[in-house]
Design a binder for this molecule. Sequence first.
Ligand code: GSH
Length: 221
Amino acid sequence: MSIPVLELIGHKLCPYVQRVVILLQEKQLNYTRIDIDLADKAKLRQLSVTAKVPLLLIDTDKSLFESQVICTYLDEISVGSMLPEDPYERARQSAWMVLANEVLHAIANIIYRDKSFEKMTASLKKITVHFILIERQLDGSGYFSNAEFFLIDALYATIFRYFEVFVMPASIDPFHNLTKLNRWRKLLAQRSSVQNAVPDNYAELLIEFMRPKGMAMSQLL
Ligand SMILES: N[C@@H](CCC(=O)N[C@@H](CS)C(=O)NCC(=O)O)C(=O)O
């Protein structure tokens, strides 16, 4: 199958965009990228029926929305796969990717909705519970399924990135005692596709994005 002309409409900080970008890089696919301002709702609505990024334009006349759908499509049209061949392992990873999206919702609450420290703490606790559960899934020798870097690794890399910027209240450390998770997190941060999915000044941009929203976390940054 020949690879179509790909144009990704995204946003510099969006974790759903990042997973697509990581896959595009891992698969060495050519694409162009346009980052838009999420505050420009008119432009968002004009580009996408969901008024959300990522949006993938294909050969200029077709488009896809929803990051997982975009990733699966790109995976299918290119050489190799970022999803396991074994049906059980593929299904197991899919299940944990669904839960990864729940963690992203908790992170979105911290960024957009948790005005009080109590609410923010509740979101961080939810994330901590998830990290404890996922620690039990890891064997500690490499990526989620050991040697190979799959799409699930891309998803979690975008989650862990927030915790390089977020400042934790004294009572909470979502990574406490999670040896395997911490090793996985470090390994993901070293991967070039993960590093290159965001601008070099990501931390600065995230803080700039969060400050005006005035949520509890932004007061700690
Ligand atoms: N389920 C969607 C979620 C995409 C999403 O929520 N994108 C956010 C940016 S990270 C967005 O475009 N929000 C629109 C807005 O803020 O108005 C996907 O996986 O693509």
